[in-house]
Ligand binder design. Structure first.
Ligand SMILES: [Zn+2]
Length: 484
């Protein structure tokens, strides 16, 4: 537009000189506004994609995922209630191998057990030590981004297929008949290669590629292998409780559970999409994280379609993302698009049920989302000190006036909006390093608005939306109330 080919209207004499001066002044004004609005050089040079993230995403290895899955299968069971004495079979051998494997990737990774002594309760039938295995890749900031799966397994007669065929959707994790001796280890065969060897292998593989990438991340990344999921999200709940108690700043959790099979039990095959579940309401932080995964997954892995699901999880099923969400953290759950229920919670959940190309695509989407989040500033707060959304109709009384609190490290902000009836952002506008924007004559009541923080390299946070907090009900007294 500012190019040299622009001729402008023909003119003569003094009129012409005036027009030329005006045109020059206008062009100067445009340029000045660009330069002063935000760091022009950074945005002019950077495309939407960070070449380092492109390289990171490309380094996901199908072969490595296959090696990890076969190793996990070799433990025969990884039930949280299985034996811990063998070095080759059961949950004790499995967790030690996961720990040693992740330790081998890079001295930058801080790999440890996250251990808890858990007395009998619910589906925990005896005293047991539960150990999540986590690998922490320190960033410049303590803010944490999690990529997770659960390494524990379960198998019951009939498996999930029998549960599904048995009538209405119900909790699939109800245990079978209680063992005669509750203190005996639960050592029946439970290979769990897809549930949830797939999510575990994904988290382990991302621990490898992130720690070996040479990228200096802003946020701290945590690659987490949970335990106790099949007993009621126990490992995730314990870790989330600890995070609340110790004020560990978990910013986002990308949980993967059953993400390695592309062939539905009904024969329908879909290896090109992945479902992402999140707890509502519709503009909750978890929903914004799901939209973020869709947005950045589509940029870095355009061949794989992210399908956000506006519900916490599948009917009657649960996953570790909910343990975090219920304690106030932002979390989503990745689920393969076409499940084979006859293999789940069954001795048939073996390596033969895995599509490595499909699992690798899901790993690439996770890598793109986690890397972008870990390089971006945190999402800005759009709440006042009194927890009210910073949105007004000022100055005219008919405008959309958006304010937000500056996010550390932000070089610009991107505002988003959509009709108040609709799930996906429809419009976006990159604004400079400001904390206030007015959109004249935009009725705040007719749109949902949000804002994301963007750094000088174009890395974007997930969106913080302007949401009215629910109002408490105020019961109205009547005259009759007094007469009683
Ligand atoms: Zn699972």
């Amino acid at each position: 537009m500012v190019g040299a080919t622009y001729e402008g209207p023909r003119c003569e004499g003094a009129r012409c000189a005036r027009a030329t001066r005006l045109r020059a002044a206008l062009l100067t004004a445009v340029v000045i506004s660009i330069v002063s609005g935000f760091s022009r050089t950074a945005f002019a040079q950077a495309g939407d994609l960070d070449p380092r993230i492109v390289k990171l995403v490309a380094s996901v290895s199908e072969e490595r995922l296959g090696v990890i899955l076969k190793k996990l299968e070799s433990f025969e069971t990884r039930s949280s209630l299985s034996s811990t004495t063998s070095t080759t079979r059961g949950v004790g051998a499995a967790r030690q191998w996961i720990l040693d494997e992740m330790k081998s990737y890079s001295p930058k990774l801080q790999v440890s057990f996250d251990s808890y002594q858990v007395p009998p309760q619910g589906r925990i039938t005896r005293n047991v030590e539960l150990r999540n295995v986590l690998a922490l890749l320190p960033g410049r900031s303590p803010r944490r981004i999690y990529v997770s799966g659960h390494y524990d397994t379960v198998a019951r007669p009939g498996g999930q297929g029998a549960s599904n065929a048995g009538g209405p959707a119900r909790d699939p994790d109800t245990p079978a008949a209680a063992p005669a001796d509750p203190n005996a280890p639960l050592d029946n065969l439970a290979p769990g290669v897809n549930d949830d060897g797939s999510g575990t292998a994904l988290a382990i593989e991302l621990a490898r590629i992130f720690s070996q990438s040479g990228i200096d991340f802003e946020a701290t990344l945590v690659f987490m292998c949970h335990v106790g999921e099949e007993q009621g999200l126990i490992g995730a709940r314990l870790h989330a409780q600890k995070a609340v108690a110790e004020k560990i700043p978990i910013e986002a959790v990308l949980n993967n559970d059953i993400v390695g099979n592309d062939r539905g039990g009904n024969g329908i095959v879909d290896g090109a999409t992945i479902r992402v579940y999140s707890e509502g309401p519709e503009d909750s932080p978890s929903r914004e994280l799901a939209r973020f995964v869709q947005r950045w997954g589509a940029r870095y892995v355009p061949s794989h379609k992210v399908r956000p699901m506006a519900r916490p999880d599948r009917f009657g099923r649960g996953g570790d993302h909910s343990a975090y969400d219920q304690l106030g953290f932002t979390a989503v759950g990745f689920r393969e698009s076409r499940e084979n229920f006859t293999r789940q919670h069954d001795v048939r959940d073996t390596f033969e049920g895995i599509s490595l190309p499909y699992l690798a695509q899901n790993a690439r989407v996770n890598a793109a989302a986690a890397a972008t989040l870990a390089l971006a500033p945190p999402p800005p707060s759009v709440l006042s000190e009194r927890n009210q959304p910073l949105i007004t109709r000022a100055p005219s009384g008919y405008d959309a006036n958006l304010k937000w609190n500056a996010s550390p490290g932000a070089a610009a902000y991107r505002i988003f909006w959509r009709e108040a009836w609709g799930p996906d952002w429809q419009h976006e506008l990159l604004v400079g390093n400001v904390t206030n924007v007015v959109l004249p004559n935009m009725q705040v009541d007719d749109y949902v608005f949000g804002v994301a923080a963007v750094d000088a390299g174009g890395h974007e946070s997930f969106v913080a939306a302007y949401v009215t907090p629910p109002r408490a009900n105020t019961p109205i007294r009547t005259a009759q109330d007094h007469e009683h």
